[in-house]
Design a protein around this ligand. Structure first.
Ligand SMILES: Nc1ncnc2c1ncn2[C@@H]1O[C@H](COP(=O)(O)OP(=O)(O)O)[C@@H](O)[C@H]1O
Ligand SMILES: [Mg+2]
Length: 262
């Protein structure tokens, strides 16, 4: 449903992604697996042009080659994004945050007014899907980390997405909560036939949920197959090599692309 054709990304002298061609298929739950600095976030962000490729092109089923403002807007509308630090507004309620996912469907002017009953219903249904209907009016900063990330999933679902991009969605959670959140994300994507591209650094989680694992090291795809084909040697290769490009610093804070009026 979305295809990268020889996409590459460079930051100054650092090649974050070497020329890469990959197709992601409808309904598939794909995990991007690799160590810190491998290029997972870069690849993921290329899929909705939050990161501008330095070369190559991206084709989206039903839209064609991803170029131009209008087409990007349509693509982003049907693409839900889930972040590690969920990027929700702490002082707003769960429902208000989820309804942000609907803004891509309205003009800037229209989005200044209260959303319709129909929109509110979509928001409530999305919270119900993640088991948080009882937290509709709770402020985000009064929810647990796992609940906050489930609101992040609900916000993506409110977009009625065809594709969900999740960048390390459980990296800030303890292992039990991480598993619970991934179970839900996986179940919902399967129920709704949503394609998911999820970056993770934990091999065990990747193996448990992925239909397909794309392993990255130093900005290159080094593995692309079903989870049970990933050998221990390949696992070690994904993590043991030192990347001279890695700078140990926090990833840049990005606004949810969906929230930027276009
Ligand atoms: N905004 C940026 N500016 C400069 N270098 C960056 C930027 N984002 C990523 N990089 C570099 O690109 C490489 C890949 O990073 P990233 O895609 O964030 O990896 P991962 O998500 O697997 O940890 C790393 O070497 C990283 O330091
Ligand atoms: Mg990353």
């Amino acid at each position: 449903m979305i295809q990268l054709n020889n996409v590459s990304v460079q930051f100054g002298n650092v090649v974050a992604l070497h020329p890469t061609s990959l197709a992601f298929h409808q309904g598939q739950f794909t995990v991007l697996l690799g160590a810190s600095g491998a290029g997972k976030s870069t690849l993921l962000r290329c899929l909705n042009l939050m990161c501008k490729p330095h070369a190559g092109s991206i084709d989206v089923k039903g839209l064609g080659r991803l170029e131009g403002r209008k087409m990007l807007q349509m693509h982003r509308r049907q693409t839900g994004m889930i972040f590690q630090q969920h990027q929700l507004i702490g002082r707003h309620s769960a429902l208000q945050n989820v309804l942000m996912g609907r803004l891509g469907y309205h003009s800037t002017l229209r989005s200044l007014f209260p959303l319709s009953q129909q929109e509110q219903t979509i928001g409530l249904q999305s919270l119900e899907r993640v088991g948080l209907l009882h937290k509709t009016q709770s402020r985000i900063d009064q929810l647990s980390g796992g609940q906050q990330q489930r609101v992040g999933i609900a916000r993506a679902l409110a977009q009625r997405p065809l594709l969900i991009l999740a960048d390390e969605p459980v990296a800030s959670l303890d292992p039990a909560t991480a598993d619970k959140v991934l179970v839900q994300l996986h179940r919902i994507c399967k129920e709704d036939g949503i394609s998911a591209v999820v970056s993770l650094h934990q091999v065990d989680l990747a193996k448990r949920y992925a239909d397909r694992i794309v392993g990255l090291a130093h900005g290159r795809v080094v593995f692309d197959a079903a989870p049970d084909e990933l050998t221990q040697i390949q696992e070690a290769e994904l993590y043991e090599q030192k990347n001279p490009n890695i700078e140990q610093r926090a990833p840049p804070v990005l606004l949810n692309a969906q929230l930027i009026p276009t």
